[in-house]
Design a protein around this ligand. Structure first.
Ligand SMILES: [Zn+2]
Length: 1008
């Protein structure tokens, strides 16, 4: 396996190597070790306070609305000072005055009226719309919502500049068939006006954007987790009228709008917001999202702030029908036009000069001749007159038809093949899985992916069954009956037939259906329980090699491969290793055979999708290794039962077979001078330091790319990046998919913090931490995560925020939800280190996250908790989610919780019988079966509405989610409660409030 796959370079671009004695896997320790409070005990977070700890949260008049006050009157030697594990903060009354940390309506009132329009919260809007004078006003009393620090006289004037940012996009020219409205300005790009940054040297300019979490008074103590502490109870002073929060704010402000990509360094709407993209020269945020849209000019600044500079690229992201389609540019035999020096592809960042005869490359500044066939005159603005006719000049994303030079061995590519490989050992036969798969394939194969407008799919199909030996099938259309060929020597795998193994489904339908009918019966009496695994993958690769095509293996497998063969595995699960130095070995794949197999797969363009049906440990860390280096996925259905889990599995299989995908891909990310891509995370393989190889890449897979400085970046030219993905389409054409993105650069750190994207940041942190845990103890990984976060926030405070008391926790506006996401990450299965979790589940989550895009990590780390008991059945709207805390649950309520992997329907103990009746058609809660896996189809508005919500959620997610019914106080509730990420973790890990205290203390330590 490539070096990149296992030995990570430090994710902290700026940390000095070797400091603090950390191994190379996860970056170096920061100069000042700050780990005193974290991770000492086996648990990741300080243990719950003992009775001695006393913590008083004193009331602070909520005058300064944009900062957090934490006052600790008493604490126990400062160690667990504010460990508030037991303190329940009552909804909005505690958490925020101004900018609540989360997006959901706080307070019971909000829950009951989900349709209530978001109110207040102008802070962000002030940059765009409100008059600067407003900023200078004194606070309006306790509920003042939009004020910066009143103590700063500079607050008003310094805010004046940013008004010009992000004005409405010019909409002239709509209705052109291609490619859309002319962007303003010469060359089609607008840079933010000079006023946008505000005058340099005035850190106060960001005052309006400080996040404002004010713990004003209010700590209510409740008995949680069976522990009652001697905490003082202060009075709760609810702060009314404050509902808006981050996600909801963004939805209110930018939802339903057109996001036009003509501005350099423009921060897109959040992934949770519903928006439409108009491509005007930069890639849609669906394809590329950055941790910040303003890079620091120098490596020193980057090192100082420790904010990772990264882009998450999802090259095949699904684009809604109403957005710019992917145009294909075909220059015939000439192929795409590229810079002679850096090989960047023609794009909007090339500047034409000399009457159109030359162009200067935006990436390396090389001046190139324009080929004669491509010559075009320039208009009076210096823009080519064919600007709007050429996607490669005016759009952020487009494709080039590739020439033979871009094909393996200069031979045209072939359409890919899908090979279905079914484990027919005893477990899979007995569970009914084999019959289920075979029945499904008969109809599913009609839905193989095809080019737009094509009558049928060109993807070929093949079939293998196996246990200890492999059976190949000849399903040539001319045959009356399928033929089986057995290979029992699994040590040297070969494919016994070429002709008739990979066929067109339409042509061979009769023979294939015949085979699929026969397979379950052929093995019905098997008592073979041993399986091989590596030889199965090897057989798939060999078959594709022989057919000279790329493709995908769909493997349906049940058990750890113990049969005598290459890649044989043994049970190495050892719970005793948890929370020791050796815990990492549980996640390290057993290399040797599998490492070589990954390489073989990648060089053949063979992706592996693994559907696992285990009843016990199967070493997913190893079995999933090939899948996660070949752009594949691992699906897991523990203790599979057809009746209970069949539909869930079939939904996954259907999505997986039908999804948009490219094969045999190689990706290169080019950058303008001064910085470069240095590290890559994803279901990828790397043979060198620049080329990202992917046997396949589908619409849900994302690659996270980290950047580092080589030199000083210029504020004037900004930072440009171009992602070029060479791949084979589903019909066998070789194409280049290009995504371009331009960012700002600034010598002011305040610009960087203002342009941060928390959802992208946490995607980077999750992937880098999950990689690091292969090489370092979990404790160290978690310490480094928290430490880097503290440094990021301390640097903001020191350099960008106005002076304030040390007791105030000040977060940059764009990062105000960062702590809650980070805390949730620390509590995820892979990082939590609990013997109660299955090692395979932890390994599985680790592997799945590696290829996730920003939407998926956001949802995973902050699930949606949707109240259903007051939903408006007449409306199409899904009720607004509430904060992920037990606090939000009500005895008489009904909630849906989803995180992209799991879907729960939670029923309160006092759920009204009418509600139960209308949804489940039973008289009371006691009659509801928790084994239900789908909701009964009842003809009443409540049932229809709820089912439509569930269907729309399932439709939006990359994989299917199994619906689980959970009753309050029932045993089944434990699984559900793991996902209430603001609460203390069931398997360890702090509540959100505790974590904020902890981070605050770390920040203070950094600052002193
Ligand atoms: Zn160049």
């Amino acid at each position: 396996m490539s070096q990149q796959g296992y030995v990570a370079t430090p994710p902290y671009s700026q940390a000095q190597p070797g400091m603090g004695g950390y191994p190379a896997g996860f970056g170096s320790a920061p100069a000042q070790p700050l780990y005193r409070h974290y991770g000492g005990p086996p648990q990741s977070f300080p243990a719950p306070p003992t009775g001695k700890d006393t913590c008083l949260w004193s009331p602070i008049p909520p005058v300064k609305s944009s900062s957090i006050y934490i006052q600790q009157r008493h604490h126990n030697l400062g160690t667990l000072a504010c460990n508030m594990l037991l303190l329940r903060l009552h909804s909005c009354s505690v958490l925020k005055v101004d900018h609540p940390p989360l997006a959901f309506p706080a307070g019971p009132g909000a829950v009951q009226s989900p349709q209530a329009p978001p109110t207040s919260h102008l802070t962000q809007q002030q940059f765009q719309t409100s008059p600067p004078t407003a900023m200078g006003h004194p606070p309006m009393g306790p509920h003042s919502s939009q004020m910066a620090h009143p103590q700063s006289p500079l607050a008003g004037p310094t805010m004046a500049g940013p008004q010009s940012m992000g004005g409405p996009p010019p909409m002239g020219g709509m209705g052109r068939p291609f490619p859309g409205p002319p962007p303003p300005g010469a060359g089609g790009f607008q840079q933010p006006g000079p006023g946008a940054a505000g005058p340099p040297g005035h850190p106060q300019q960001l005052q309006g954007t400080d996040s404002t979490v004010t713990w004003s008074s209010t700590v209510a103590i409740t008995k949680l987790y069976g522990f009652v502490g001697p905490f003082s109870m202060s009075q709760i002073k609810p702060i009314p009228g404050i509902k808006t929060q981050v996600i909801e704010d963004d939805q209110a402000k930018r939802g339903g709008q057109v996001y036009t990509t003509n501005l350099r360094g423009q921060v897109p709407p959040l992934v949770t917001t519903d928006y439409t993209v108009q491509d005007q020269g930069n890639a849609s945020p669906r394809f590329m999202r950055c941790t910040t849209y303003s890079f620091p000019c120098t490596a020193d600044l980057a090192k100082q702030c420790q904010v990772p500079l990264a882009t998450i690229i999802k090259p095949f992201a699904t684009v809604p029908k109403n957005e710019t389609p992917m145009y294909v540019v075909n220059h015939g035999e000439t192929g795409p036009i590229r810079c002679n020096r850096c090989k960047a592809y023609m794009c909007p960042y090339m500047q034409f000069t000399d009457g159109g005869r030359r162009y200067q490359c935006g990436f390396c500044n090389c001046v190139n001749e324009v080929p004669a066939f491509y010559f075009q005159h320039l208009d009076h603005m210096g823009k080519r007159v064919d600007f709007y006719e050429r996607p490669e000049l005016s759009l952020g994303s487009y494709e080039f038809a590739a020439t033979l030079d871009y094909c393996k061995n200069n031979k045209p590519a072939s359409p890919p093949a899908y090979i279905f490989m079914i484990d027919v050992s005893y477990a899979n036969i007995k569970s009914g899985l084999v019959r289920l798969v075979c029945d499904e394939l008969k109809t599913l194969l009609d839905n193989l992916p095809r080019e737009d407008g094509a009558e049928s799919s060109m993807v070929k199909v093949g079939f293998v069954t196996y246990n200890k030996i492999l059976h190949f099938y000849n399903v040539k259309s001319a045959l009356a009956q399928p033929q089986m060929m057995v290979v029992s020597d699994t040590a040297e795998m070969f494919v016994p037939l070429l002709d008739g193994f990979l066929v067109n489904f339409q042509e061979s339908r009769a023979v294939i259906n015949n085979l699929l009918d026969q397979i379950p019966d052929m093995f019905a009496d098997t008592n073979e329980s041993e399986t091989v695994f590596a030889p199965v993958i090897q057989a798939g690769v060999e078959a594709l090699k022989a057919a000279e095509c790329s493709g995908k293996l769909f493997i349906f497998h049940s058990s750890i491969p113990t049969a005598e063969a290459p890649g044989k595995l043994k049970n190495r699960d050892d719970k005793k290793l948890i929370n020791t130095e050796k815990e990492k070995t549980l996640f390290q794949p057993q290399k040797a055979v599998y490492e070589q197999l990954s390489k073989d797969c990648v060089s053949q363009g063979c992706s592996v999708d693994l559907f696992l049906f285990p009843s016990q440990y199967v070493d997913i860390a190893t079995m999933g290794d090939v899948a996660t280096h070949t752009g594949g996925s691992v699906f897991k259905y523990s203790n599979f039962q057809v009746e209970r889990d069949g539909q869930h599995f079939l939904s996954d299989l259907r999505k997986d077979v039908e999804k948009a995908i490219g094969f045999d891909a190689i990706m290169r990310v080019r950058t303008s001078t001064g910085f470069r891509a240095t590290d890559f995370f994803g279901a990828i393989h790397m043979n060198n330091t620049t080329d990202v190889e992917m046997a396949a890449v589908d619409c849900d897979k994302a690659v996270t790319v980290e950047f580092k400085h080589d030199d000083t970046l210029s504020e004037e030219t900004g930072a440009l990046m171009q992602c070029a993905l060479l791949y084979t389409t589903i019909s066998g054409q070789r194409r280049l998919r290009i995504h371009n993105l331009s960012l700002n650069c600034s010598a002011q750190l305040s610009e960087l913090y203002k342009s941060c994207e928390t959802d992208a940041l946490i995607n980077f942190f999750a992937k880098s931490a999950y990689r690091a845990m292969l090489n370092q103890p979990l404790k160290t990984v978690k310490e480094i995560l928290v430490n880097q976060a503290a440094h990021m926030l301390a640097c903001y405070r020191k350099n960008c925020a106005s002076p304030s008391a040390a007791s105030q926790l000040i977060l940059p506006d764009a990062m105000k939800v960062f702590p809650v996401y980070l805390n949730s990450l620390l509590k995820t299965g892979p990082l939590v280190g609990s013997a109660e979790l299955s090692t395979d589940d932890r390994a599985h989550q680790r592997l799945s996250t590696t290829a996730m895009g920003v939407e998926d990590t956001q949802l995973l780390l902050y699930p949606r908790l949707i109240p259903l008991h007051n939903m408006d059945v007449a409306s199409d709207v899904v009720p607004t989610p509430v904060r992920c805390s037990e606090e939000r649950l009500t005895d008489a309520g009904m909630f849906l919780l989803e995180n992209g992997c799991s879907l729960f329907l939670w029923l309160g103990q006092a759920c009204p019988p009418e509600m139960i009746q209308s949804i489940f058609n039973v008289p009371s809660l006691a009659h509801v079966s928790i084994d239900l896996r789908s909701l009964p189809e009842l003809d009443n508005p409540q049932s229809q509405k709820l089912r439509s919500i569930v269907d729309s959620l399932l439709d939006q997610r990359p994989s299917s989610m199994k619906l689980m019914i959970v009753k309050q106080k029932d045993r089944s509730e434990i699984m559900f409660r793991q996902h209430l990420v603001e609460d203390k973790g069931l398997h360890g890990g702090a509540s959100y409030m505790d974590f904020l205290c902890y981070v605050h203390r770390e920040i203070r330590q950094v600052l002193t």
